[in-house]
Every structure is written in structure tokens, then in C-alpha cells.
Design a protein around this ligand. Structure first.
Ligand code: TRP
Length: 453
């Protein structure tokens, strides 16, 4: 009976703990580093609108489905999918969905850790007062000095991975709750402070227009795919991270309400980050499509100009590191849980193995900014390729399969038992979205892109 299954890895102490942990997973570099630069590269307004639409009609339903599957299976995504497939009379090959998630998690963490390393490096650069009175040219120079030095990047990447694996080895619940409960609100307040600066000193209206006035002439199938991929990435969907967090969720928590809360918080943080960054971008004549260095080149200018900037800037990068930390943990948790369940390893051993593997793959991202910056595979650098492959292909495919399993292959009785929404309007809306809109939406985006290629 699924109702009595418990997780061998423990359970969150409360519903709030789950919301905090899932928010910790969702809010990270994706919101503050990636959202602004991807929005900038894809023309702003229309991209943002499509992104928000993807969060609401594809993201939230898939998040509910992932949490639901996780809580019912109570194991690593691989074993959860296998168990549930058996219970529902489906092929054991559904375990492959869990495997794809583990692979996606490794690939994402390998570059995530390198970028989080940049944030770590900026904690120290800001604290040292390096950016006091900085100009745009100077911050660009500092950034380029950092990324062109593989040794530095490797050192920061190593440090961040060690931090991540230490938490994973100790068990996800310990520490995570406190970190998210106090640091996330702190990050939010600092972002608001930056928006305040952008309003006072930047081209705020220009920034607003860029982010919220859609120019549909800029919409291509590729832009839609990027927006959808960003929604999956930012909400941590499609690889089992939210599924495994759901597997630690107490039975009485409302899946719908918690999912909507997490998705709203995540989206709010991304939009506010955009509002803090673009007015500064325009004020200093920077390019919105500058790419992955965007926040590292713009925010230090703001910190360099505002009173107390070295202090606020240091605090900001510390909190950004924390946000990245709580996200990174969820990227390896499915793999670690599987190693513990099926191989009988300790969490410590599992974390060390996963950490070393990720470290090696991460070198590819490190070199793609310097030694290998001229090499292109399918027209992209190693980092770009990994990012594209995971966000825009693997995560949406994972999400599509999750929607199909939850919407079409599970008995409706099982779904209802787990979601506990009876026959409410909300339930029927969810079911409609998961059965029709999500699969058709993701499918159409893929088909369109394939045609263009
Ligand atoms: N959502 C996180 C961010 O925005 C990154 C992340 C954590 C993630 N876990 C994930 C992305 C699982 C995809 C899948 O920074």
C-alpha cells in the first residue's frame, strides 16, 4: 500500500520545511545569473512573457506531478519510477527516466559549480573594495581576468563542490532549513535594495520597457524553446530534484499549494533580479546580450557607486553563493539517494564519488572560457552546449515523460489519493493541463525547433 511507505532517508520536519527546501532548490543562479542574461540575449519583453506563461501552465502542473510521484514512491527517482510503474502495471523501463535525471543533474552541476565559483570569487573581490568607484570598463576587465585564468576557476570550482558535497554527505535536511529560512529573505531584501538603486540612478523606465514591453517581432521558435528551458531550469524541474524533495514530504501537506508557493517565489526573484540589472545595463551603455558575464559586469558598477557598496556587495555575493549552494545540493541528491539505496554505500562515500565525477566534467566548462574558447561543437562552446543540452532538451523531455506518466499512465484513483484534491476545480484544471497542455506544448516547441534546424 503506497500510503504507508516512508523514506529511508528521512522526512522534512514540516510542510514549511519542504517549501523552504524546494524554494532553496529553485531559487539560485538560475534566477539571478541566468535569467537576466538569457532574457537579454533573447530580446527581453516577449521572452519574459513566454517564460512566465511557461511557468504557469507547464511548470506548476509538472512540479505538482513531480512532488506527487516523489511522495508516493518515497525513494530516489530511479527507484520511485520503477516502483510506481510496477504498481500501475507499467514497464520497469520507467526507471530510465530516473537515470536520465541523474545524468542531467551531473551535467548541470558540473557547470553550475563553476559559475557559483565566480560568485565565490566576487565575494572576496567586493569585500576588498576592488569595485569602489568602478567603471564599466574596469568591471569588464576584472571579469575577463577571472575567466581567462583556468587555475583560479578550478580553485573556486573545487571549493564550491566541496561545500556542496559536505552538506550532501551530512544529509539534506540538516542545515538546509535554517539556511533557507534566514538567507533567502536576506537575498530578497538585498535585491530590493538594488532595485532601489536602479530606480534612483539607472535608466529604470528603459529597463522596465526592456523586460515587460513585448516585441513579438523578436519571437522565434528558438526564443520559445529558450523560455521554456529557462522555466524548467529555474524551477528545478524535469530531473527528479523536486521528485526526491517530494519524497521527504509529510503526508498531510497540500501539493498544489506548496507548488504554487515555490513557483511564485522563484518567478518573483527572477523578475526582481531583472529589474535590478537592466536599468544599470542601459545607464552604463552595456549590452543586454553580453552573455554569462552580465551580472558580474553590471552589479559591481552599482556596488561601486552606492554608499556602503562594498558592504552590500559582499553581502549580496555571499547570499548568492548560499542560493547556489542550496540549489546545487538538489542536483546530486537523486544520485546519492540511489547509491545509498541500491549499492548500500554511506552518504559520505556516495557524496565523494559524485563530487569527483562532477569535478572532472566541470573542467570542460572551466576550459571553455579560456583554453578551449575557440573550439565549437555544433556551433557552441562546451559550456554553451552543456547548458543547451540540459535546459532545453533533457529537462523538457524529463518533464514531458513525467506529465505523460502522471496524466495518462497512472490510475486516476492513485493520483487522487496522493494529491488529495478530491474533484475540485483545481484538480480538474491540473489534470487537463498535465494531460493535454503540457505534452502538446512541449511537443510543439520541439517540433518547431527541429523544423528550423
Ligand atoms: N533551479 C536552480 C536555479 O535556478 C538550479 C537547479 C537546482 C536545477 N536543481 C535543479 C535545475 C534541477 C534543473 C533541475 O539556480
Amino acid at each position: 500500500m503506497a500510503g504507508v511507505r516512508t523514506s529511508i532517508h528521512g522526512e522534512w520536519s514540516s510542510k514549511l520545511a519542504f517549501v523552504l527546501a524546494a524554494t532553496g532548490s529553485a531559487v539560485g543562479l538560475g534566477n539571478i545569473w541566468k535569467f537576466p542574461y538569457v532574457a537579454g540575449q533573447n530580446g527581453g519583453g516577449a521572452f519574459v512573457l513566454i517564460y512566465v506563461a511557461c511557468v504557469a501552465i507547464i511548470g506548476v502542473p509538472i512540479m505538482m506531478a513531480e512532488v506527487m510521484l516523489g511522495r508516493r514512491g518515497r525513494q530516489s527517482p530511479i527507484n520511485t519510477m520503477r516502483t510506481l510503474a510496477a504498481e500501475e502495471g507499467r514497464s520497469p523501463r520507467w526507471g530510465l527516466l530516473g537515470w536520465m535525471g541523474v545524468l542531467a543533474g551531473f551535467l548541470i552541476l558540473s557547470f553550475y559549480s563553476v559559475i557559483a565559483g565566480w560568485a565565490l570569487a566576487y565575494v572576496f573581490r567586493t569585500a576588498a573594495g576592488l569595485f569602489d568607484g568602478a567603471t564599466a570598463d574596469f568591471t569588464a576587465q576584472v571579469f575577463s581576468n577571472l575567466i581567462s585564468d583556468p587555475e583560479k576557476l578550478i580553485a573556486w570550482h573545487t571549493l564550491f563542490l566541496i561545500m556542496t558535497m559536505v552538506v550532501v554527505a551530512r544529509g539534506v535536511a540538516a542545515g538546509l532549513e535554517t539556511a533557507v529560512r534566514f538567507l533567502m529573505p536576506g537575498l530578497f531584501v538585498l535585491l530590493l535594495l538594488l532595485v532601489g538603486y536602479a530606480m534612483a540612478e539607472g535608466q529604470f523606465v528603459h529597463g522596465l520597457q526592456f523586460l515587460f514591453a513585448p516585441d513579438f517581432g523578436k519571437v522565434t521558435p528558438e526564443v520559445i524553446l529558450m523560455a521554456m528551458g529557462q522555466a524548467f531550469f529555474s524551477l528545478s524541474l524535469g530531473m527528479g530534484a523536486i521528485m526526491i524533495y517530494g519524497s521527504y514530504l509529510p503526508h498531510d501537506a497540500s501539493i498544489a499549494r506548496t507548488s504554487i508557493a515555490v513557483a511564485s517565489a522563484d518567478t518573483l526573484v527572477a523578475l526582481i533580479a531583472g529589474l535590478a540589472i537592466f536599468p544599470v545595463v542601459f545607464e552604463y551603455g552595456l549590452q543586454p546580450n553580453a552573455g554569462p558575464g552580465l551580472i558580474f559586469q553590471t552589479l559591481p558598477i552599482a556596488f561601486g557607486q552606492m554608499p556602503g557598496g562594498a558592504f552590500f556587495g559582499t553581502l549580496f555575493f555571499i547570499l548568492l553563493v548560499f542560493a547556489a549552494w542550496t540549489s546545487a545540493i538538489s542536483l546530486v541528491e537523486p544520485a546519492v539517494a540511489w547509491l545509498v539505496e541500491n549499492r548500500g554505500h554511506t552518504r559520505v562515500y556516495a557524496a565523494v564519488v559524485c563530487g569527483m565525477l562532477t569535478w572532472f566534467v566541470g573542467l570542460g566548462t572551466v576550459f571553455s572560457f579560456n583554453l578551449w574558447s575557440d573550439y565549437r561543437l555544433f556551433g557552441r562552446t562546451f559550456f554553451d552546449l552543456l547548458d543547451y543540452l540540459t535546459s532545453n532538451i533533457m529537462l523538457p523531455i524529463g518533464g514531458l515523460l513525467i506529465a505523460i506518466f502522471a496524466g495518462w499512465l497512472m490510475k486516476e484513483r492513485s493520483v487522487k489519493e496522493e494529491l488529495k484534491m478530491d474533484d475540485s476545480l483545481g484538480y480538474r484544471l491540473w489534470r487537463f493541463l498535465v494531460r493535454y497542455i503540457t505534452p502538446v506544448g512541449v511537443g510543439l516547441v520541439f517540433l518547431n525547433v527541429i523544423e528550423v534546424i
